[in-house]
Design a protein around this ligand. Sequence first.
Ligand SMILES: Cc1cc2nc3c(=O)[nH]c(=O)nc-3n(C[C@H](O)[C@H](O)[C@H](O)COP(=O)(O)OP(=O)(O)OC[C@H]3O[C@@H](n4cnc5c(N)ncnc54)[C@H](O)[C@@H]3O)c2cc1C
Length: 399
Amino acid sequence: MTPKVLVLGSSFAGLTAALAIQRELESAAQVTVISPSAQFVFNPSLIWLPFGKRTASDVTFAVAPVLERYGVEFVEAAATRIDTERQRVEAGATYDYDYLVVATGYRNDFDVVPGLGPNGPAHTITTLRDAVATAGAWTHLLNDPGPLVVVATQGASCFGAAYEFLFNASYHIRRARLRRQIPLTFVTSEPFLGHFGIGGLPHGEALLGMFLKKERIRAIVDTSIAAVKDDGVVLANGETLPARLTMAIPPFLGQEVVARSGLGDARGYVPVRPTYQSRDLDNVYAIGIAAAVSAPWHTPTPIGVPKTGFPTEAMAHVAATNIAAQVRGHEPTAEKAFGDIPAVCVMDAGNNGVVILADKMLPPRQHGVLVPGPQAHLMKLGFEKYFLWKMQNGYVGLP
Ligand SMILES: Cc1cc2nc3c(=O)[nH]c(=O)nc-3n(C[C@H](O)[C@H](O)[C@H](O)COP(=O)(O)OP(=O)(O)OC[C@H]3O[C@@H](n4cnc5c(N)ncnc54)[C@H](O)[C@@H]3O)c2cc1C
């Protein structure tokens, strides 16, 4: 019987893993992707939607044609049950597997603070739907200017997106000549500016501090928030920051189906070995945001570790190599612990930005550098085009 590989999720991790496994094994395995997302969403560009720099169709493409071109079956459905004992997944129908790849990513944890979520006054940009809704709120802000507060809440991990939104907002406010009418405040759970959830990089705190000062943005670090209300953000110390618009990056959680399956930890992330096999099962892998990562520090205000695109793709390739080895009857020996994967990221600031490079995602590191300048903005623009082209054509072997 041809071994069956089931991949849950069709985003950075799932699409990369499914195509890489198919490339390695060709007809030696039957690869199926199950995901409720028929569209791939290039999340790094969500920061631009509120400002009208991108539309939803600019940053999405249909995944089924890409997968099917390479002989991977796509099932548009959410997995509702993972039964690791019987090696099957329920997703409308029942699907058996020999190897399972959990690449189900994140969902927003809006329960952390009252006032977050679709029914609360705070907006966010962490999903396509949220970013589209924030575009409407942004237009209202320009028509009826007032204070803007950007928050990375306690437990958040996606700090880069918070900074990108903040600096892009500042850039567009200046262009609209509304700087006086729209004072800007940044509230972050990071212990210091530029920590980014990865421990910071040399001179990062000073650089971010300089950027904020230049843009006349008040920064409040190492802070939890108690609530977001219609007219402001209440900090844990009781201070209220008046806000006409609040954009808050919430913490992320793994998917409920993972938590229920017994595979996940308390937050719904799957503890993994450096092979990306789950801690307990040799034929179950977890990659991307679905994989649990622990930080080598404890911060006064809780924060998470960002599982960005570069390490996500690296995890997917390690898992693909190992599954191919197992299908061929070998031991899965490819390893790359999350903390040892290089950090490669671009933080956009409207017409400027910072390139973030380090030899390892997590300390201790040998090298780490932040390179500011307008070339960073151009790199982000170029990377968006390149990445969408690469994935839309299924060229997952390219860097
Ligand atoms: C606003 C924002 C900006 C970002 N900017 C950057 C950046 O500039 N650079 C960078 O490197 N990274 C960035 N990231 C991080 C990047 O988006 C993540 O690294 C990436 O999305 C991780 O991919 P993933 O496949 O692990 O998870 P996800 O992207 O969360 O995808 C999860 C997949 O699983 C599917 N799924 C969910 N539930 C189920 C279920 N029950 N059954 C089956 N499938 C399911 C989903 O539909 C989706 O297809 C950003 C993230 C955000 C939110």
